[in-house]
Design a protein around this ligand. Structure first.
Ligand code: ATP
Ligand code: MG
Length: 260
């Protein structure tokens, strides 16, 4: 009998030191993931983010704007792909050291985009085979070939959306460095967790961003919420932190639940 599935994304904010200019892992959190993940209740599908392994180069060489034909950018694409493979290897080794079997699915070698939010080529049969064999597919945000602009950044959040649509897992859970979506200044004691996030609230967040006249004050949060909203059509979708992973794997996630 097939087990229910749980789709997890370990954010770059969790598994790396995301404010570092050079790639730096968060070893304490990675070890903790290894300890907690060993569950028997669900089949797992894992996605991870980039943090300091992808974002600094992607920004510097403007990969979201597409190819600019410069040799520097060409090198940066190689570099980012290597860094992401390295981070993926570290996470997979930690999971395997606990006796689970993983399979890395490398987006730069198996996926294509048509714009950052649309995956035009996706290796479903590789995921199917891996799940059939009882192994854990582990994929990640990456620099992928794009059918319109040559290159793009395919975020782990968008891959979560695709996987949720295909597999309709019981739970889809974004695990990051905050316990969920907060309603105020991030480090203020007055800031509280928003237990239910819906499309109205996401619109309000966007509005706030417009007023501040910046493109990304939220460090990627809006993009994540937009993906989460789509995911909530297929799967119970939560945004949370590592402290709640154990309960999530028992079928009781906490944090912010994203609903229509
Ligand atoms: N209201 C908010 N509630 C929670 N987090 C917020 C809020 N506003 C901004 N953030 C930021 O959003 C970040 C999470 O999004 P981010 O994309 O940086 O992380 P991630 O998805 O874990 O990383 P990656 O994109 O590398 O996978 C948090 O680390 C926090 O700094
Ligand atoms: Mg992000």
């Amino acid at each position: 009998m097939t087990k229910e599935r749980i789709l997890l994304k370990f954010g770059g904010s969790l598994i790396t030191k995301k404010n570092s200019d050079i790639p730096k892992i968060n070893i304490a959190n990675l070890k903790q993931i290894g300890k907690i993940l060993n569950n028997k209740k669900y089949d797992l599908i894992v996605v991870h983010g980039a943090g300091s392994f992808g974002h600094p180069i992607a920004e510097k060489f403007k990969l979201i704007n597409g190819l600019d034909e410069s040799p520097e950018q060409k090198n940066s694409i190689k570099e980012i792909r290597n860094q992401m493979k390295e981070l993926n290897k570290i996470l997979c080794e930690i999971i395997e050291s606990k006796g689970m079997k993983t399979k890395s699915i490398i987006p730069s070698e198996s996926m294509k985009t048509r714009g950052a939010k649309h995956i035009s080529q996706f290796p479903k049969e590789i995921f199917d085979q891996c799940l059939f064999e009882g192994n854990i597919p582990v994929t990640f945000g990456d620099a992928t070939d794009d059918e319109i602009q040559g290159i793009n950044i395919l975020s782990g959040d968008v891959i979560m959306m695709e996987l949720a649509r295909i597999y309709k897992p019981t739970f889809s859970i974004f695990i990051m460095d905050y316990p969920g979506v907060m309603d105020g200044e991030l480090n203020s004691k007055k800031s509280n967790l928003i237990p239910l996030v819906n499309s109205n609230m996401i619109d309000k967040f966007k509005q706030k961003m417009k007023i501040n006249n910046t493109t990304d004050v939220t460090g990627g949060l809006i993009g994540k919420l937009e993906c989460a909203l789509q995911i909530s059509r297929y799967s119970q979708c939560w945004i949370t932190d590592l402290d709640s992973l154990h309960m999530a794997l028992l079928g009781n996630p906490t944090g912010s639940k994203v609903i229509q």
